[in-house]
Ligand binder design. Structure first.
Ligand SMILES: C[S@@+](CC[C@H](N)C(=O)[O-])C[C@H]1O[C@@H](n2cnc3c(N)ncnc32)[C@H](O)[C@@H]1O
Length: 323
């Protein structure tokens, strides 16, 4: 997946005048803070170099993960056409860019972001978006959220892991109360990210939310540690990204996990593919999370004819109407 060309151009412009060495140094410090899940009262994106490093090395990946989650949601709710949006921990506005790409009818967005450094870039990038009203507010979302009216689409992407654990449940509850239609939460696709999504999932089910994606059921999650549910999106690396990472491969795989819940009932698919399907001579094996709340490896052989042909086209994250 590539960034929309308007976003790519705006990011390139924002990165002018900073050397690759400076970005590489800030990107390394940032990745160290993310890896160690540092919570020292400072925002990870608290200064200009870290904010620009995020634009260079993380925005393409978080955009891709959020956009893929939105596609999965839109596939199951084709009638969903949000007009208003609330994004929490907006960073450079990745979720707004993804939402505007997925649902061009969005015309009123409120973005809340605590760090002035990354918010400044978010404001600058959003000037290139065709969304009529975009408002930004500075606020610490670990404390109470500011007064706001419910919005059609509410998003929280790559934020829960930065919050004190005690602040997570109250934030999810408050976001659900501000959701007029659908809430989407995205986290890194680590085992810890999955655990955070599971807790949000439980919370939303208890509040009466209807799950849309990725889970085809609201039964307890059938995936058991050391395994965990997550998805993957291939992301093109820019030339700057390759230089910063000193990498040769022109892409990276962003692992992510998400939950989308709605106030409206959604017809669940029969199953979802929750790992990369494996193909060997004459066989395809896919790990499925099924509508009956179970998980199973389904093996299809060439002898299954058309089913085999369809199975060969299956991708990680796909939903299935028939098994
Ligand atoms: C990893 S970034 C994600 C940005 C964007 N949502 C994305 O997916 O690219 C997390 C963002 O949440 C913001 N954030 C973290 N804790 C916050 C808090 N307590 N209040 C407000 N913003 C916060 C950070 O400043 C940062 O911009």
């Amino acid at each position: 997946m590539e960034l929309p060309s308007a976003l790519r151009a705006a990011v390139d412009q924002a990165l002018e005048g900073i050397s690759t060495a400076e970005i590489a140094k800030a990107a390394e410090a940032l990745s160290q803070r993310y890896r160690s899940e540092t919570r020292d009262g400072q925002y990870h994106l608290g200064d200009d170099p870290s904010a620009r490093a995020y634009l260079a090395v993380r925005l393409p990946a978080t955009y891709a993960a959020i956009r893929a989650s939105m596609s999965a949601l839109a596939e199951l709710r084709p009638e969903f056409a949000p007009r208003t949006m609330l994004d929490i921990g907006a960073g450079p506005g990745s979720a707004l860019w993804a939402a505007a790409d997925c649902w061009p009818g969005i015309d009123d967005a409120l973005l809340i972001e605590g760090s002035a450094a990354i918010r400044a870039y978010g404001v600058r990038l959003a000037r290139h978006l065709a969304v009529e009203r975009v408002a930004w507010r500075s606020h610490d979302v670990a404390a109470a959220l500011p007064e706001a009216t419910p919005r059609d689409l509410v998003t929280l992407a790559y934020v829960l892991d930065e919050l004190d654990p005690a602040a997570r449940n109250p934030l999810v509850d408050r976001l659900w109360s501000l959701t007029a239609d659908t809430l989407l939460i995205v986290e890194p696709g680590t085992s810890a990210g999955w655990q955070r999504i599971l807790r949000a999932r439980d919370r939303l089910i208890a509040a009466g939310a209807h799950l849309v994606a990725p889970c085809p059921h609201a039964s307890p999650c059938p995936v058991a540690p050391p395994d965990w549910c997550h998805f993957s999106r291939r992301v093109a690396r820019s030339r700057l990204h390759l230089r910063v990472k000193d990498a040769d491969v022109p892409w990276e795989d962003e692992k992510f996990v998400y939950i989308a819940a709605s106030r409206h009932v959604c017809v669940a698919p029969q199953a979802r593919v929750i790992a990369r399907p494996r193909a060997s001579k004459g066989l395809v094996s896919a790990k499925l999370c099924r509508r009956d709340g179970t998980v199973a490896d389904k093996v299809v052989s060439r002898r299954d004819g058309d089913v085999f042909k369809r199975a060969r086209r299956l991708d990680w994250g796909d939903s299935l109407d028939v098994e």
